[in-house]
Write a protein that binds this ligand. Structure first.
Ligand code: AMP
Length: 231
């Protein structure tokens, strides 16, 4: 079982890399951003509650996100592990993920932080395109879809995300620095964090990330709460 968290600012390439890791490791890619955008698009009651937060670039309340992740982890495909992208976004969510996994007698395998300079991020986000159906991401200059406006993966419509407007990008970066950056320290203290330079060719980044993931079960917790290695 392999449970990996991908951290990094918006535009660092988490979505692209998480998708690649998920395919290579045959694990589900759990993106809270994708789950929330799906709810907004399908106009569910959850979608109506969270829409304003996404439009403003603010974090959705922890309880909502916690329930979303908990029910996603109960789906059969997550029994073997998962690649988390965009979650946890603050230290409370990180603690909540630890508890969610501990309840299943599990813990995280690895936390990978993508490091990318802010000028590169702003440039990337302003040319980012995303599939409205499956969440696959493209770059209008460097990596456009083969057929303009159509996703290579699922043929869904490819457009610019509404929160990739300059004012919302700036807000999301501020929120990232204030609330998500401290999550790195939380995992560093647990010895789980590896930082990877995300400003390199996509395939190189994927290779480095894969090499940093141990291919064995995460440590299981003993009945008395101590952590033991397990394969
Ligand atoms: P992302 O696709 O990860 O960039 O997320 C897009 C937006 O969804 C964020 O700006 C937040 O409004 C919301 N969001 C995604 N993940 C979380 C999370 N773990 N906690 C709170 N809000 C989130």
């Amino acid at each position: 079982m392999v449970f990996v968290v991908l951290l990094g600012p918006p535009g660092a390439g988490k979505g692209t890399q998480a998708q690649r890791l998920a395919e290579r490791l045959h694990l589900p890619h759990i993106s809270t951003g994708n789950l929330l955008r799906e709810a907004v698009m399908q106009q569910t009651s959850l979608g109506q509650v969270v829409r304003g937060y996404l439009d403003r670039g603010e974090l959705v309340p922890d309880t909502i996100v916690g329930e979303l992740v908990s029910s996603r982890l109960n789906e059969a495909d997550a029994a073997a592990g998962a690649i988390f992208d965009g979650y946890p976004r603050n230290v409370l969510q990180a603690q909540s993920l630890d508890r969610l996994l501990a309840r299943r007698d599990l813990r995280l395998t690895r936390v990978l932080a993508l490091d990318v300079a802010s000028e590169v991020i702003v440039e990337r986000l302003s040319s980012r395109l995303a599939c409205q159906s499956c969440g696959a991401t493209y770059n209008s200059r460097l990596n456009p879809p083969s057929r303009p406006g159509r996703c290579d993966v699922c043929h869904g419509p490819v457009t610019r995300r509404s929160d990739d407007e300059p004012a919302v990008i700036r807000r999301r970066l501020v929120v990232y620095q204030a609330t998500t950056k401290p999550v790195e320290d939380y995992y560093r203290q647990q010895g789980l964090l590896i930082t990877v330079d995300g400003d390199r060719p996509c395939d190189d980044v994927t290779r480095t990330l894969l090499a940093a993931i141990p291919r064995r079960s995460p440590a299981r917790r003993s009945p008395v709460g101590r952590v033991m290695a397990a394969d």
